[in-house]
Design a binder for this molecule. Structure first.
Ligand SMILES: C[S@@+](CC[C@H](N)C(=O)[O-])C[C@H]1O[C@@H](n2cnc3c(N)ncnc32)[C@H](O)[C@@H]1O
Length: 253
């Protein structure tokens, strides 16, 4: 059975499941103003790769959530292995309806998830992030970026991408993403963008290391994985000039 692209890549051993990899995430770390006193919420934590890095780097407390119970079990094991149970609390939650009080968090992080939601649900999730952030708080997001402004080209890319990764995918352009945050109450958006690194060999080596990349590609080319691996690889390659990553830190003033 064909699974979602991120589930498939995780099964092959890939740990960074976001379009701009560590390069994009480092931009967020630089601009999110996390300190050891921050309370940080990560939405769509998956296996807690980013959360563990953040809790170690800043020594801050975190609440992390995801909709998928299976990945939360892996997150729990990873947090335990990193001995960070006193710093990281794991909760099952939907980004569109967060079970947290108003103005609770200093920083909300959400990587590689909004792209997968419909446009209406993107609005719901971002308004939830605004609600749970304290005044002066920062939202750090990392998503797929469309370079082309041509509507037909955008439609084709969205359809091919959704088929290849087996989940709904509707990335925005630079202005589309910026407007999403500004329309939901954020007063300032600090953003950056670049080329996709998710399945690009150089990006993969940067994100996963040389030997892990070889291991991931070898597993991807095994008979049972080959079709999905090649489909995803070919779609990302075909649209490499029209697909990128968009990172933003949006401020609630
Ligand atoms: C592509 S993975 C990204 C994981 C991680 N943030 C990273 O960058 O490596 C997308 C994650 O979003 C989660 N997700 C999808 N819809 C969600 C929602 N409505 N609320 C919370 N999590 C959601 C999925 O379960 C999955 O773990």
């Amino acid at each position: 059975m064909k699974v979602a692209g991120h589930t498939f890549l995780a099964k092959l051993g890939k740990k960074k499941l976001r379009p701009g990899g560590v390069k994009g995430t480092n931009f967020l770390f630089k601009n999110a103003e996390i300190t050891k006193d921050s309370l940080v919420l990560e939405v769509a934590c998956n296996m807690a790769t980013s959360a563990i890095k953040i809790a170690k780097k800043y020594k801050c407390k975190m609440v992390i959530c995801d909709l998928d119970e299976n990945v939360l079990k892996i997150a729990e094991a990873n947090v335990k292995k990193a001995k960070l149970e006193d710093k990281i609390k794991i909760v099952k939650a939907d980004a569109k309806n967060l079970p947290f009080d108003n103005e609770m968090f200093d920083v909300v992080i959400n990587e590689a998830m909004l792209t997968m939601l419909s446009d209406v649900n993107k609005q719901k999730a971002v308004s939830e992030y605004f609600r749970v952030l304290k005044k002066g708080g920062r939202l750090a997001t990392h998503d797929v970026l469309l370079f082309s402004e041509d509507i037909e080209t955008q439609k084709n890319i969205k359809a091919e991408l959704s088929r290849a990764i087996n989940v709904h995918a509707s990335p925005f352009t630079n202005n589309g993403w910026r407007n999403l945050f500004l329309e939901n109450g954020f007063s300032k958006v600090i953003n950056n963008f670049g080329k996709m690194s998710l399945m690009n060999p150089i990006g993969m080596i940067r994100d996963e290391g040389f030997f892990n990349t070889i291991r991931i590609i070898r597993r991807g080319l095994k008979r049972e994985n080959k079709q999905q691996f090649k489909t995803m690889f070919n779609v990302f390659k075909k649209h490499k000039n029209n697909l990128g990553y968009f990172v933003a830190v949006s401020v609630k003033e």
